[in-house]
Design a protein around this ligand. Sequence first.
Ligand code: C2O
Ligand code: CU
Ligand code: CU
Length: 567
Amino acid sequence: MTYNHYPKCAIACIWLFANSITVLIAQPAIPMPDTVSGNVIDLTLANSSKQFFNGFNTSTIGYNGSYLGPTIILNKGQEVTMNVHNNLSDTTTTHWHGLHVAPMNDGSPHNPILPGTTWSPGFTVMDNAATYWYHPHLHGKTLNQVLLGAAGLIIVRDPEEEVLTLPRRYGFDDFPLIFQWQHFDAASKQIILDDVADNTTLVNGVVAAPYLNVPAQVVRLRILNASSRRFFEFGFNDNRSFKQITSDDGLLNAAVSMTRLMLGSGERAEILVDFSGQEGNTFFIKQFGSELPAGYPGGDVGMMGGTLGPLDNKDFNLLQFNVVASTSNPVTTMPGALTTNVVYPAAGAANFNVRITGFPMMSQTNFTFNGVQYDPAVINMTTNQNTIMTWTITNQSMMPHPFHIHGNHFYVLSIDGATPPANLRGRKDVVIVPPFGGTVKLITQYLDFGDPDIPYMFHCHILSHEDGGMMGQFIVNPSTTGIQKLENDNKIFAYPNPAQNYINIKLNSAVSIISKVVIVNTMGQTVYSHQFDSAVIQASTQHLINGSYFINVFSGNHVLTQKLVIE
Ligand code: C2O
Ligand code: CU
Ligand code: CU
């Protein structure tokens, strides 16, 4: 694991001219989260505290620090083992939001990490270059743990993105921006664990419209809405246009010019902003809450009624950009074409219908899918590996819901029957379903990781809704053609076998921890060797030529062997 430190800027004073009154205010710079990379990533989740407001210690939790977590940088095709140490007094999980991993590696409510223990999923990074994130996902505790600070970004790089002329120097022309809404108690400045009356916005954990120095050139902003409930309607104070280059899980076909960007909870977007020739000037990225449709959290309450939070339906500055001297080798041009997204063919796809309703009907807090609340013991839907699925989500409630599916990206086919706008036509994993009968149709296909036992989740990414039961789960059964799960006399449980790019291995005794996996070819040569500390692991077999091998699985002082076929 490599661990890089970026300058944590101190407090700076700037002159701010507001309504022709000159006010001297102390305004903080936002930090760039540290980065971690390599084949082994260590994350420690622990209780901490942070001074968001001078003189007040606010209780928090963070990954490897007091609030939020390091940015994990991964390369497509690499193997990674994540060691997630839980030093909280509570159980937790850590979910790799947007990554295409097996259900057992996903960090869903089915992968609990007990206090004082370490969870070590290992997997191959199969995703396209984009900005993903990680956060806890324990049922009923997600809102609490995320709002207290447990969240971080994942940046995936790949060779296709690498050859485009885009800013990609982290902290210099490529800036991660984690936007959040929080509700701080007025007197104690503690984080209130609800999302009803949020009164503060933060960027990278800093409150009250902090600043960021940006060079006078094209810069890339990787934006995450990590709030529980509220939407952002982003724009600049000078109404400049900017270009969106990615949706949640990958590049768009071409950069999309826009002056406003709406993100619901859990959504990400990378945008390019051209500050060329503007050295010495100051700009703001703003929340245009007054422009959100009525009923969208952060906008007007609309027909939902209920409480208007202190910053709802308002326009205000989120982050100030001070344009400074350009870097060496600046990017000065905006790209056009970026990639070709190939949408799955819809003909003959199996369809899932998901109907969103209030529970009871007029409830403003509790919602269900198809009339049922989440039950960990109930599998709501079942599909098969390789089956193309469309999902038709109909929202019969009075508010929008950011709908999220685990395990794979999807494409949005239509929103209220119409082709989605260009910036929603790339790979996505969260989609906003409009209220009052709004319908979204999406399409996806799970080519890997069939697991008859562990489901993937789908849920509303408004965390209070998710914790309240607006979540379901589906099983992707392993394909029966060619790829089969193989049971081996109560010993090794390895699937698929024959394998192609990876093999999942667990020992049939649930308590056995796998410490090492060694794969040898028929000549006895070691072709794969990797250490683990986990009950379930995934080994990459991408580099193995077709043929027969033996897997040796080490646990304590035992080693178990099984034949493996690579096809
Ligand atoms: Cu970001 Cu299931 O969540
Ligand atoms: Cu997710
Ligand atoms: Cu919801």
